[in-house]
Design a protein around this ligand. Sequence first.
Ligand SMILES: Cc1cc2nc3c(=O)[nH]c(=O)nc-3n(C[C@H](O)[C@H](O)[C@H](O)COP(=O)(O)OP(=O)(O)OC[C@H]3O[C@@H](n4cnc5c(N)ncnc54)[C@H](O)[C@@H]3O)c2cc1C
Length: 384
Amino acid sequence: MLLHNKSIAIIGGGPGGLTLARLLQNKGVTVKVYERDSSRDVRVQGATLDLHYQSGLKALEAAGLMDAFKENYRPGADKIRILNKDGVIFFDEHGKEPADNFGDEWFRPEIDRAPLRDLLLNSLQPDTVIWDSHIVSLKKVDDAWQIIFKNGTTAIADVIVGADGANSKIRPFVTPVKPFYSGVTILERNIYDAKNNAPKIYKLLQGGKIMAFGDSKTITMSAKGDGSLDFYIGFKAVDGWVKESGTDFKDNIKILEWFKNEYAAWDDSWQELFEYTESYFTPRPLYCMPLNQYWKAQPDITLIGDAAHLMPPYAGEGVNIAMLDALQLSDSLTGNSFTNLKSAIAGYEEEMFKRFAEVGQESLDNTHWMHSQEGLSKIIELFT
Ligand SMILES: Cc1cc2nc3c(=O)[nH]c(=O)nc-3n(C[C@H](O)[C@H](O)[C@H](O)COP(=O)(O)OP(=O)(O)OC[C@H]3O[C@@H](n4cnc5c(N)ncnc54)[C@H](O)[C@@H]3O)c2cc1C
């Protein structure tokens, strides 16, 4: 095997990095995951994820984790309601029986990020993940890579996989190509104990998802298994708005005022999302890697997931293709199709570039039409 006697360092323990670690360990490869979070108990935020037959579920199947997934997925959490800014429901999947047909390519079961992370972590050999490992740089030392951590310590590995997400510290060692701004910014946060802290919206959500459209703006929401809800509002803004607006995103009172102003034409019932004061908003200007990005493969370093192909979240594909990257990279590195590491990495990267050119285009297209005056009519057309 190409990785015989080689040590692999995966930088970042998100869905992409952990899936890769599991797949490589199943093939007997020596692997460590270096993760910035201080421990596995750090609360995992973010929306519920639907996993797709050809990508996320395929990777879990190959990793031998479908039983664990079936114990943790949330039947019915995919049921969606589509509303306009006045709170009128235009499309509603509640009332439909929840599907649970794992063989059907259109069945997209939902799982929360924390249980997904847990099931991947539980599948790894003890001490695979080195927590509290904030990587700041890499250095080539003879034929190996020295990994440099923020606290001044170092580690050595033969092969590096950058799975460290949107602001990857590994990406510059693979390519100088940078992301561009999509034109849309989101503000995201979690409301804990949503039943009590946002009772009207909680009732409207019914344990599923909501998408609301109006005036070229959106609100996207999902109920989570721990009783919280995650939502993000999307709106057009100039690049640099987060800094230039001078908004203090830790000042919930000011953000409520901002919302009342910016979403003035929206029904007052949406304000419940902003009246909660126990958590802060994360502003995220949405960036995308160039769809035609390309680089020459190296024999000992590559990228997967958002580090390779960051894109806006409106195609619902990011986690799915991060996991598919992991599967294809693992297959290339541990199978018999390639004669050396450079061609194995090149083989994986060729597929990854092609896949991203398509999925990235879809995510950009969705981002643009959803934040246009036609957003509501177009989504209704799609769903019906
Ligand atoms: C609001 C929002 C909603 C989304 N909704 C969906 C959805 O519904 N479906 C979907 O498929 N995708 C969705 N996505 C996209 C999805 O979250 C990402 O595509 C996916 O998480 C990428 O996985 P990853 O493993 O590549 O990176 P990440 O999940 O970003 O994981 C990277 C890991 O690396 C660690 N890390 C970062 N920097 C360092 C460092 N310097 N040193 C060490 N460790 C580091 C981080 O702590 C993290 O654990 C959404 C994204 C957003 C922002």
